[in-house]
Ligand binder design. Structure first.
Ligand code: SF4
Length: 461
C-alpha cells in the first residue's frame, strides 16, 4: 500500500469517527447491541432460508459448527424485584396453553423445512420453565427433542427451574428427553432477602422437597443458584445460606453477582457486603465440603464436586462467535452465523413475530472486534485469525492506524491493546470497527427515532 492509499484510508476513518461522534449513540450500541438498533420485522420464510443456508454450509465445513438450541419459557408466577430477565406473569392458564401450542407449531414448521437439526448444546431457561405443567412438558419434549433438535450423547442439556414449581413428574419427563443438568433458582435462604425480593412464596421445606424430586433422576447434575449481595441479606445470613445449600448436597453451586436494576422507577439496593467476600465465603465452605472444581468469572463463581463430561461446554447460551443459536420462545434471541440475528416478540394482538437484522460474515468479525474494543479488551491476533481466518491487523489497518495515531491503541505483533481513558470513550471508538454503510444506517435510524417515526425495512443488505 502506498502512502497516498494509506492517507485516504485514514482520512476516511477520521470522517467516520467524526460522524460517530456527532451521532452520540449510546455506547452499548457498539458494544453488542447494534443489531437491536437496526432490527425490523422479518418474515418466517426468510428466517428458515437463513437456517437452510447455514445448515448446508455447516455440512460442507464452510460455516462454524457450534449450534446451541435454546428454549425460552417467558412466564413467571410473579416478578422478582431484582430480575433482569425477560419474562411476564401470564394472564391466565390459557397463555401457557397458547405458548405450548405455538412452540409445537414452530417446531413442526422448522422440522418440515430443515429436517432434524444437529445441535451442540441445549438449554431451557426463562422465565420459569417449571411453571409449565407435566402435560405441557410431555408435548414440548415430544415436539422438540424427539423431532427437531438432536445432539450428541453426553452433550450439555440444561434446564432452569424454580423450587416451588418443580415436581418429580416434570423432572422425569425432562431427564427422559436427555436433560443432564437441572438448576434450581434458590437465590437466598434468608426470609428477609426473599421477602424484599418478592419471593416470599419460597421456603426451605419447599427447596428440600424440590431437591428430593430432582434426585429421583440419577442422571441429572443438580446445581443450586445463589445471588449476592441481595437487599435484606447480611453477611451472616449469607453464610448460613451457604451452609444450608451445601447441606442439600448438590453437585454444583453457582453464585451470581447481584446487578442493580431500576424497575418501575425503583432500585432494589444491594446488601451491604461485597460479592467478592460472598464468593470467598462460598469457595472456602465449598472446598471444605469437597467441592474441588471451580470456575470464576466477573459475574459468577461456580463450584462443583467434580467436573462432568460436559464441563467444557459453555454455560452461556450465546457462546462467543463464530457460533449459532437457534432460540424458540418469546424473547429468545437467535443468531444464524453470517446470515442474521432475530428474536421472537409478542405482537399487540398476543401473536408472535420475529424482529431482527440481516448480517454478513464481514459484519460478524467487525462486530466481534467492536465488542472487544468497547470492553477495552486486548485483541489477540492469533485467536482472532483462528476464529475468522483473517488477521485483524490487515482487516482493520486504517482503523487501528488511526487509533494508534491518536494514542488510543498500541499495535503489538501478537496483541493489539486499547488505551482508552474510560468506558464511554471505548464505546465511542468501538463504532470505528463497523463500516461506513452500517454507520450511515444507524444515523438514519437515529434521525427517524428522533422524529418519532417507525423503524421500517429499507431493504438494506
Ligand atoms: S423467577 Fe427468575 S426469571 Fe422469574 S422474575 Fe424471578 S428471577 Fe426473574
Amino acid at each position: 500500500m502506498d502512502s497516498n492509499q494509506k492517507g485516504s484510508g485514514r482520512a476516511k476513518v477520521a470522517r467516520r469517527f467524526r460522524r460517530i461522534h456527532r451521532l452520540a449513540l449510546p455506547g452499548e450500541v457498539f458494544a453488542g447491541d447494534a443489531t437491536r438498533w437496526m432490527e425490523q420485522e422479518l418474515a418466517g420464510r426468510e428466517i428458515l432460508d437463513w437456517w437452510r443456508s447455514l445448515l448446508s454450509e455447516r455440512l460442507t465445513g464452510a460455516s462454524p459448527q457450534p449450534l446451541s438450541f435454546y428454549l425460552h419459557v417467558p412466564f413467571c408466577r410473579s416478578r422478582c424485584r431484582y430480575c433482569q430477565f425477560d419474562s411476564l406473569v401470564p394472564a391466565d392458564e390459557g397463555a401457557l396453553e397458547t405458548f405450548v401450542g405455538d412452540m409445537e407449531e414452530e417446531a413442526r414448521c422448522f422440522l418440515e423445512a430443515l429436517g432434524p437439526v444437529s445441535t451442540t448444546t441445549v438449554a431451557v431457561g426463562g422465565g420459569t420453565p417449571s411453571l409449565l405443567t407435566e402435560a405441557h412438558w410431555e408435548r414440548l419434549t415430544r415436539a422438540l427433542f424427539e423431532g427437531l433438535v438432536h445432539r450428541p450423547a453426553g452433550a450439555y442439556f440444561s434446564v432452569e427451574m424454580n423450587p416451588d414449581t418443580t415436581t418429580a413428574g416434570k423432572v422425569a419427563i425432562l431427564a427422559a428427553a436427555g436433560a443432564n443438568r437441572l438448576s434450581l433458582g434458590v437465590q437466598s435462604l434468608s426470609e428477609d432477602a426473599l421477602r424484599k425480593s418478592g419471593r416470599s412464596y419460597q421456603d426451605l421445606a419447599g427447596l428440600e422437597r424440590a431437591v428430593r424430586d430432582v434426585r429421583t433422576a440419577p442422571s441429572l447434575h443438580l446445581n443450586l443458584d445463589l445471588l449476592a449481595p441481595l437487599a435484606g441479606e447480611t453477611f451472616g445470613s449469607f453464610r448460613e445460606g451457604v451452609e444450608g445449600v451445601l447441606a442439600l448436597d448438590p453437585d454444583a453451586v453457582t453464585l451470581y453477582r447481584y446487578q442493580s436494576v431500576i424497575r418501575g422507577g425503583q432500585r432494589l439496593e444491594p446488601g451491604l457486603f461485597a460479592f467478592e467476600a460472598a464468593s470467598r465465603e462460598l469457595i472456602e465452605a465449598g472446598e471444605a465440603a469437597g467441592y474441588g472444581f471451580r470456575l470464576e468469572t466477573r459475574t459468577a463463581t461456580i463450584l462443583m464436586r467434580r467436573a462432568p463430561e460436559w464441563a467444557d461446554s459453555r454455560y452461556e447460551h450465546h457462546p462467543d462467535t463464530p457460533a449459532s443459536v437457534m432460540a424458540f420462545g418469546p424473547f429468545g434471541e437467535s443468531h444464524v452465523y453470517g446470515h442474521g440475528l432475530y428474536r421472537t416478540v409478542f405482537r399487540d394482538d398476543g401473536g408472535m413475530a420475529h424482529r431482527g437484522t440481516r448480517v454478513s460474515r464481514e459484519w460478524e468479525c467487525r462486530s466481534y472486534a467492536a465488542r472487544l474494543v468497547a470492553r477495552m479488551q486486548p485483541i489477540d491476533r492469533v485467536d482472532f485469525e483462528r476464529r475468522f481466518g483473517r488477521d485483524p491487523g490487515d482487516l482493520f489497518r486504517d482503523e487501528f492506524g488511526f487509533l494508534e495515531e491518536v494514542g488510543r491503541m498500541e499495535l503489538g505483533k501478537e496483541t493489539i491493546r486499547p488505551l482508552f481513558r474510560d468506558a464511554a470513550e471505548a464505546g465511542l471508538y468501538a463504532g470505528l470497527m463497523f463500516d461506513d454503510e452500517t454507520i450511515e444506517h444507524l444515523a438514519r435510524l437515529q434521525a427517524s427515532r428522533e422524529h418519532g417515526r417507525l423503524n421500517t425495512d429499507d431493504g438494506r443488505r
